[in-house]
Design a protein around this ligand. Sequence first.
Ligand SMILES: *Cc1c(COP(=O)(O)O)cnc(C)c1O
Length: 395
Amino acid sequence: MAKGPRTLAVHAGEQPDPATGASAPNIVMSTTFALDEPAGFSINDFDGERPYVYTRWGNPTVNQLEVKLAALEGAEDAIAFGSGMAATTTMLLALLESGDHLVISNVNYAGTAEFVRKTLPKYGIEVTPVDSSDIEAVRAAVRPGTKMVFVETPANPILRLTDLSQVAAIAHEAGALLAVDSTFATPVATQPIAFGADLVVHSLTKYIGGHGDALGGAVIGSEAVLQPIRDDALVHLGGVMSPFNAWLINRGAATLPIRMRAHEETALQVAAFLEDHPRVDGVLYPGLQSHPQHDLARLQMSNYSGMVSFRLANGGAMAERFAKELEIIHYAVSLGHQRSLIYWIDSAAMMDSVFHLSGDARAVYESFAGQGVFRFSVGLEDADDLIDDLERVLD
Ligand SMILES: *Cc1c(COP(=O)(O)O)cnc(C)c1O
């Protein structure tokens, strides 16, 4: 019988150490491995089952994490990277080449948005950003030569959702791969592969590591889709994960399912408080009935995660007060940690310098975010304490 997600989170990829019986995994920090027979010096010398040779090519502690991540996403294979951006950029550089076309969400993680607009065109890859919540817009953007559709759901920072089944059908009809940045959802909420995605990207720095102490990223999918990423790109671009970070993230991942339940429970309480507060102009949370895509959230997310974005009149000035006066919630970037984190994201700055939105796309962004949003990563503290912290500064 297939194991449940909590069991997989604790055990997948791990076993007691065969030499000592140690129940917790060892950290293998070694960069190199003693071989009992001569081997090649190029990644191309190794086919199929290969021994550990050099940690950039493969490391047992990193591999343990990869097995766990694949299990959590219901996938065949996973590749760990030194950061979420290393995962994203390596995937794109490995799978796209000059003359190819990429369709991507026009609102997503800022680093991804900037990379596809600035760097990919230098390599002759054409990029069409599109509102991926609008299925007809995705259909219109896809064309012969489209190699990949890359969406982020829920999307940073406006928590807009993309219907994965519909986008997968459009991508596949065009002979393109569907890649999904599922960092905000986590595999507890959504397994994109079950909705037809070919590749799943995570910043492990966020919920999966979960404790704000290790950068990491992953690309997850079938062995066939991942093979060129591992061999042609990971080894040569070199953005690999440290075994120490793999060990930390592996430990964090063990509690992912129970942490996500707590994040969701608290986020629902905080979102309800914010929605009722007279100074709050709007709250975006997929778990609220008022979310414009709540029905899709119910269909596609079995946990609404812990990200809440909200609007306040005079947001820029309030950001200064939040940074100085909040006592429990840290005014800081990043998300998905046990500690609550909040950050002001100004709409004009994002639309002008990151997303380059104009016309209708700008109006759609503003319909979600107004002048800007406070992106609140609701942590694992008591909901009442978080609400008190916010209420004191809001009043
Ligand atoms: C943080 C983040 C990334 C980048 O990950 P790093 O680990 O910071 O490099 C990519 N996508 C999303 C949605 C993120 O939140």
